[in-house]
Each structure stands twice: as structure tokens, then as C-alpha cells.
Ligand binder design. Structure first.
Ligand code: CTP
Ligand code: MG
Length: 399
């Protein structure tokens, strides 16, 4: 199967107003002409065969500057359209004849938000042997038929009514023959290709369209498209960096050692509490959860739940890291400050960093452990407990 593409761009855009701004398909949205967005998607689609763009004879310069810089735009064929959309499509089909296309997708240049997923859905229908495929979305508004008198004459049931989109897609020979026949019979009142197919007796299969795939028709559509893309670009410029902090304290009681950042350090005291009472990992777990609003360690591992008694706290940290990743996050850095009078952390610091790097699956360079005493004052100073403060930085990707 070889899917040729016809993009019609020969209209004058009368409903979009402001003739001094030129035809709508060349007006900028998000800094680039409408048609550049449309064409770029087809150029990026792995199943696109030969591509023809149908332009108005007056627009050669506009077209040339619109596609400047688009990769592979040089492979795109260009032909002139006619004074109706139907004629422009017909010209496009003629230009595609002999190119080897067995199928064709016919698309409006004025629909720049066409996406690859919709193209795949349509192609899948062609793959199963359908001669005609129409992307469409069910009508959601209540429909009224109005009269010249300005009154509502009737309410039309919207059951089984769809709004047609493009690209409308067909076996090449069938749609070419239908267009030839319509032209020969001087039937030039078709507003889309599915209606020509229907008229010619070609079955057309509905496929779910995309609500994003709107046709820019009036000036407001172009303004809205521009705002939408500009917002998206601004977002892309600013990475979604989030920082979370966490704090934890555990009491020291008589014992034989403490576990900090997963390292057991022999000592004449131990930390009491939930799990192995690794304050450092608990604080860091909270810091990570905070970057995606996922609550705190107590929400995920209630202290009342006996199964966590004596558990190694790496379980909690690894769980938080998994949640972060499921939200689309990449952990950039983890930093822990331990506040303890004793034991000395310094000799264990590198091992602690190595553990963090291991538990989080990030480079050691991105893991930091620091320690300070509390200058003998307060509960930490009196060796009644150990506290930890942690910070995590995570970059989230747009979804
Ligand atoms: N089109 C075309 N040749 C025409 C008329 C329309 O190639 N003679 C193309 C348009 O460029 C557009 C698509 O068909 O990409 C859909 O048409 P429409 O939205 O109606 O665009 P215009 O005809 O340009 O706008 P208007 O009807 O408001 O003048
Ligand atoms: Mg038109």
C-alpha cells in the first residue's frame, strides 16, 4: 500500500477576514505559517507516500517562504488549484496520478492540528480493505433548523449525526474516477470528498476523528490556535522543575547501632520507631513524594501497619521513586542533611551516597549527604534523637 497525500491550500479564506493578512493557510500560528504545521505532520508520518500541495497561482512566494526550513519539503510536489475546493482536490489527484499511490488521503491545509495517531487510525481502516474512510466526531450540540424568518422551525435529532473532518481517505483509482465523473457531469457543488464518494456509490467508513483537528475558518479560530501554540511553546521553554522537602526525627534509646541512609553504624544507642527508623531515608521519601503531590510516607506506609516493623527503609524510598517515575518525573538530585550529635557520619558518607544512588537509580554525583551536630543544645544536642532534612529535585515531562 502506498498512501499518497493531497493537501489543499488554494482557498482564499474569505470567512477568516482581514484580506491584508493574506490567505489563512499562510498566517502564522505559534510563530510559523498554518500550512507549515500541517505539512510537517505528514512529512513526519512514516506511512506518507508522495505528497502534493495544491496552492493558488498567486501564492507561489507565500508557499516557498512558508516551507523554507521544513525538512524534506523539497520532495513535496506542488500544483495549482481551482476556484472551488472540489476543483483543487481534482487537480491534486491529477498531479498524484502516476506517482505510484494506491491510496490517497485528502487533507485541508487549514487543519494544522492533525496528529499522527489519527493518521494511524485512518490507515488501519485502509489496511483492512475499506475503499473510503472518513474521520468524524459525533455532534454534541442540540441541532435546530431555522427559517428565513429567524425562528426555530424544528429540532433535528443529533442521533447518528457526525461532523466530518479531513483527511478523508480512499483507494486512489476509485476517488479519482469519482472526481473525474463529477467534473465531466459538471457537478461542482460537493464540499468534501466523502460526499463525492457517496454520490459515486463508494462506501465510506467512519473512523473516530480528533476534537483537536479543527478547521481554522474564521479569524477567531486563527487567534485561538495561535494562543494555544504560543502557550505550549512557553511551557516547553520552561522545564517543569519541582522541588520537594522532607523532615523526620526519631528518638534514640539504648541499643547497638543506628541505620542512616541504609548504612548500619555501630553505636551505643539505636533509633526507635517505624521500620528500621532510618530518618534520612524517611525524610527523602517525603521530599520525593512532595514533588508530585503524592502525600507523605505515612499515607503509603501507615506506622500502624505491622508489616513494616523493622523493615529496611529503602523499600519506602524505592516506592516513592517509582511513584515519581509513574508521574513522568526524572529525579535530578537528592540531598540529605543529618542532624546528630553522634555517631560520626563522615566516615560513612560515601557509602551513604552510594546507597542513595542505588536506591534511586541515579548517578552518585546527584546524591548528597551532609551532617552537622546541634552544638550540644536541644534534643539532638542531648542525644535524645536524630533529625534529618531532605530535598529532592525532579523534572517532569509534559503529558
Ligand atoms: N481550498 C482549496 N481551493 C479552493 C477552496 C478551498 O484548496 N478553491 C482549500 C482551502 O485552502 C482549505 C480547505 O480547502 O485548506 C478547506 O476550505 P475552506 O476552509 O473553505 O477554506 P477557504 O475556501 O480558503 O475559506 P473560505 O471558504 O472562508 O473562503
Ligand atoms: Mg471555502
Amino acid at each position: 500500500m502506498n498512501i499518497g497525500i493531497v493537501i489543499v491550500a488554494a482557498g482564499r479564506g474569505e470567512r477568516a477576514g482581514s484580506p491584508q493578512d493574506g490567505p489563512k493557510q499562510y498566517r502564522p500560528i505559534g510563530g510559523r505559517p498554518v500550512i507549515a504545521h500541517t505539512l510537517e505532520t505528514f512529512l513526519a508520518w512514516h506511512r506518507s507516500g508522495p505528497i502534493v500541495v495544491v496552492i493558488h497561482p498567486d501564492d507561489e512566494d507565500l508557499y516557498a517562504s512558508a516551507i523554507a526550513g521544513l525538512p524534506r519539503a523539497g520532495d513535496v510536489m506542488v500544483t495549482f488549484g481551482g476556484d472551488t475546493r472540489q476543483r483543487s482536490v481534482h487537480e491534486g489527484l491529477r498531479a498524484l496520478a502516476g506517482s505510484g499511490a494506491t491510496h490517497v488521503m485528502i487533507h485541508d491545509a487549514a487543519r494544522p492540528f492533525i496528529d499522527l495517531a489519527l493518521l494511524d487510525r485512518i490507515a488501519a481502516m485502509l489496511d483492512t480493505g475499506h475503499d473510503g474512510v472518513l474521520p468524524a466526531i459525533p455532534v454534541v450540540d442540540t441541532l435546530k433548523r431555522g427559517g428565513a424568518d429567524g425562528l426555530v422551525h424544528e429540532t433535528v435529532s443529533r442521533t447518528a449525526l457526525y461532523a466530518a473532518q479531513t483527511p478523508q481517505s480512499f483507494t486512489f483509482n476509485e476517488i479519482r474516477a469519482a472526481h473525474d465523473k463529477a467534473a465531466a457531469l459538471r457537478r461542482d457543488d460537493f464540499t468534501d470528498d466523502a460526499s463525492i464518494a457517496e454520490w459515486a456509490g463508494l462506501p465510506v467508513m467512519l473512523v473516530e476523528g480528533s476534537t483537536d483537528n479543527i478547521k481554522l475558518t474564521v479569524g477567531r479560530d486563527i487567534d485561538m490556535a495561535n494562543e494555544r501554540l504560543s502557550k505550549r511553546q512557553q511551557r516547553d521553554l520552561l522545564p517543569d522543575v519541582r522541588t520537594g522537602n522532607g523532615y523526620d526525627v526519631h528518638q534514640l534509646v539504648a541499643g547497638d547501632g543506628v541505620t542512616l541512609c541504609g548504612v548500619f553504624i555501630p553505636h551505643d544507642q539505636k533509633l526507635s520507631g517505624h521500620s528500621d527508623a532510618d530518618v534520612a531515608l524517611h525524610a527523602l521519601t517525603d521530599a520525593l513524594l512532595a514533588t508530585c503531590g503524592a502525600g507523605d510516607i505515612g499515607d503509603h506506609f501507615p506506622p500502624s501497619d505491622m508489616q513494616w516493623k523493622g523493615a529496611p527503609s529503602r523499600i519506602f524510598l524505592e516506592h516513592a521513586a517509582r511513584i515519581v517515575r509513574e508521574h513522568g518525573g526524572t529525579i535530578m538530585n537528592a540531598d540529605v542533611s543529618l542532624i546528630a550529635e553522634a555517631p560520626k557520619v563522615g566516615p560513612h558518607r560515601e557509602m551513604m551516597r552510594r546507597n542513595l544512588s542505588d536506591f534511586l537509580g541515579i548517578d552518585m554525583e546527584r546524591c548528597s549527604v551532609k551532617a552537622t551536630t546541634n552544638e550540644t543544645i536541644g534534643f539532638v544536642g542531648r542525644r535524645e534523637g536524630i533529625a534529618a532534612i531532605a530535598t529532592a529535585t525532579v523534572v517532569y515531562r509534559e503529558d
